[in-house]
Design a protein around this ligand. Structure first.
Ligand code: SF4
Ligand code: SF4
Length: 177
């Protein structure tokens, strides 16, 4: 998976996918909605009823599948059952899980590529992928997934690397835990 600019790949349209209209917490519409509920303007499989006057924050959004030419068709969010996004303020890369598929990111081919990508981000930035399943959050590491305690802000988590018997590993340090 490449680190990509916010320019969508022309040959990868959203098609019948609308999953970002369900999985994002949206507060810029006349009727705000929490993550995991369909936007009232969305008809799943068909798209947005107000596409001609859609707010800029919707119109300008592209998930990683739309941006990364290397991600194949099975990564389209409605097939993968999660949205991969750079748009989270405190996470370099986030997985937003469809509530009906809480293990979607643990299946192949997703698991292996997400683990390799987590390693790249950890080596380059010292942070990692955050997986959101409603209110439940986990940190993804190349060798494991660790739950974030309730109430801990993402920006308060420190990640430490150390050498172990099986090579270099990273683990989180949570404040007051
Ligand atoms: S999740 Fe991605 S592919 Fe699906 S509708 Fe949103 S931007 Fe398009
Ligand atoms: S307004 Fe349209 S594009 Fe924006 S979240 Fe709702 S359905 Fe999706």
């Amino acid at each position: 998976m490449k680190w990509v600019d916010a320019v969508p790949v022309e040959s990868k349209p959203c098609g019948s996918c609308s999953l970002c209209c369900k999985l994002f917490d949206i507060d810029w519409l006349d009727k705000p909605k929490p993550a995991g509920k369909w936007c009232h303007n969305c008809t799943p499989g068909k798209g947005c009823a107000i596409w001609q006057s859609v707010p800029a924050r919707c119109a300008d959004y592209y998930c990683v599948w739309r941006l990364d030419p290397e991600l194949p068709a099975e990564w389209r969010p409605d097939r993968a059952r999660f949205v991969l996004t750079h748009a989270h303020v405190d996470a370099p890369l986030a997985v937003l899980l469809d509530p009906g598929a809480p293990d979607a990111h643990r299946r192949e081919p997703y698991k292996s590529l997400l683990a390799r990508t987590a390693r790249q981000i950890l080596e380059g930035r010292g942070s990692t992928i955050v997986v959101f399943n409603g209110q439940h959050r986990t940190l993804l590491f190349p060798d494991c997934e660790i739950a974030i305690p309730d109430g801990v802000a993402l920006h308060d988590i420190r990640i430490e690397g150390r050498n172990g018997p099986n090579g270099h590993v990273w683990r989180p340090v949570f404040p007051n835990h």
